[in-house]
Design a binder for this molecule. Structure first.
Ligand code: PGA
Length: 251
């Protein structure tokens, strides 16, 4: 489909690929024909970051971290800081991803600290928010989402000239094949847009992405909505064929 607005196509490789697999998929990524309206970013594992960076050099594909720690350096075994990811060539960092919140029990407070660390390191946080299936069934989706957005941005000194990026990823739709109705994703994206704008203030224009079982068959249904400016893709971004199909669907 012909696109006029800028579309963000963000590939979250999670822990699906080892070093060799990351390198070979990055080589496939750089041969893609993305066109001017597509902004592509890849989020490899920390292990593969520098090798993937070498491959992306000279391409328009940006690099992002999947998880960061907010202190620059110190005795924090197993962690890698925002400051270090910035030095390794990252532009973005995911924060508050459902797998971090629900598997590793990260709280809204942790998310806020990470965002502050990212901004200090000049990384652009990609804030992920989403309700669980249980919360949705109980009619609590909006309340949960608003609390996640508020905790992230309330009273935060936002850097002038940059726009916040938020991915709406319903937890029940991540990696399940059960994608959210695009009309509902658009409605929620509108709410997130307004909350974010109100909390940060100024001239910001929040960039809202949808994530959760995005595939070639449904990507256009999401990005054709006014508030959805792109997608955060997990599974379908980790294989050459499904990635090519996603890119093709956007043409
Ligand atoms: P999925 O993951 O595309 O595999 O559902 C999305 C995400 O977790 O970012």
């Amino acid at each position: 489909m012909a696109q006029t607005k800028k579309i963000h196509l963000f590939a979250n490789w999670k822990m699906y690929l080892d070093l060799g697999e990351s390198v070979s998929l990055a080589e496939k990524f750089i041969s893609g024909n993305y066109g001017e309206n597509l902004s592509v970013a890849v989020f490899p594992s920390a292990l593969a970051m520098t090798s993937v960076k070498e491959i992306l050099k000279g391409s328009n594909i940006s690099l992002g971290a999947q998880n960061t720690y907010w202190v620059d350096r110190g005795g924090y075994t197993g962690e890698v800081s925002s400051f270090m990811f910035k030095g390794a060539g990252c532009t973005y960092a995911l924060v508050g991803h459902a797998e971090r919140r629900h598997v590793f029990h990260e709280t809204n407070h942790d998310v806020r600290q990470k965002i502050e660390g990212m901004l200090t390191a000049s990384l652009t946080p990609v804030l992920c928010v989403g309700e669980t299936g249980k919360e949705r069934k109980a009619g609590q989706a909006e309340e949960v989402l608003e609390a996640q957005v508020r905790a992230a941005y309330m009273g935060l000194a936002w850097p002038e000239g940059s726009d916040p990026v938020i991915a709406y990823e319903p937890v029940w739709a991540i990696g399940t094949g059960e994608s959210c109705d695009p009309k509902e994703a658009e409605r929620i994206s509108g709410l997130i847009y307004n909350w974010t704008k109100e909390l940060i203030g100024g001239e910001v224009r929040p960039i809202i992405l949808y994530g959760g079982s995005v595939r070639a068959e449904n990507i256009v249904d999401y990005i054709s909505n006014p508030h959805i400016q792109g997608v955060l893709v997990g599974g379908a971004s980790t294989k050459e064929k499904s990635w090519e199909e996603l890119v093709e669907a956007l043409k």
